[in-house]
Ligand binder design. Structure first.
Ligand code: ADP
Ligand code: MG
Length: 162
């Protein structure tokens, strides 16, 4: 049996600005239905990437770590729901934060995605950030699930253009 191989790549991010720029490239092509699952330790740069994502989507408002609020919504032509699942007790609680609604109508970026894996759609962009030095991070970007020429594929292609 042939194994389907989904696109993935690794890239080095030498500064916070580079991590934001990665998010910005994705944001520039982001369409409703895109879900970005973010993985990585505290300080890996997940929030920095979302800040760039919002900028690339031309959204106003400051992107901060929503750890204490779980989710913040940035309104725009295409809205962005920024979720931090770190303190979420139960993945199904995401329904209370507009997950279903914004999954259809906007873009969702979720930090600590491993805590809500059961809620992620099969098709999503997975980005893992790892510390490689004081200011150096490695990004591992993967397309998850089957699909063709869709929002996730577009976002992946934008991400790998440096
Ligand atoms: N290459 C880099 N990418 C992202 N953040 C970096 C990088 N180098 C240093 N930093 C610093 O690491 C921290 C990342 O914070 P944040 O984005 O809130 O991480 P997380 O959301 O993963 O906990 C910030 O203080 C930022 O200035
Ligand atoms: Mg964060």
């Amino acid at each position: 049996m042939t194994e389907s191989k989904t696109p993935s790549t690794r890239l080095m991010l030498a500064s916070e600005a580079q991590t934001e720029a990665l998010g910005e490239r994705i944001g520039a092509v982001a369409r409703a239905g895109l879900v970005v699952g973010l993985y990585g330790d505290l300080g890996a740069g997940k929030t920095a990437l979302v800040r760039g994502l919002a900028r690339g989507m031309a959204l106003d408002g400051r992107v901060r770590s929503p750890t204490f609020t779980i989710a913040s919504l940035h309104r725009g032509v295409v809205p962005l729901l920024h979720v931090d699942a770190y303190r979420l007790e139960d993945p199904t609680e995401l329904a209370l934060h507009g997950w279903q609604e914004w999954h259809q109508e906007g873009v969702i970026a979720v930090e600590w995605a491993q805590r809500v894996e059961s809620m992620l759609p099969p098709r999503h962009l997975r980005i893992e950030l790892s510390h490689r030095g004081e200011e150096l991070r490695q990004g591992h970007i993967q397309v998850r699930g089957e699909g063709q020429d869709d929002a996730v594929e577009q976002a992946f292609l934008a991400a790998i253009v440096c």
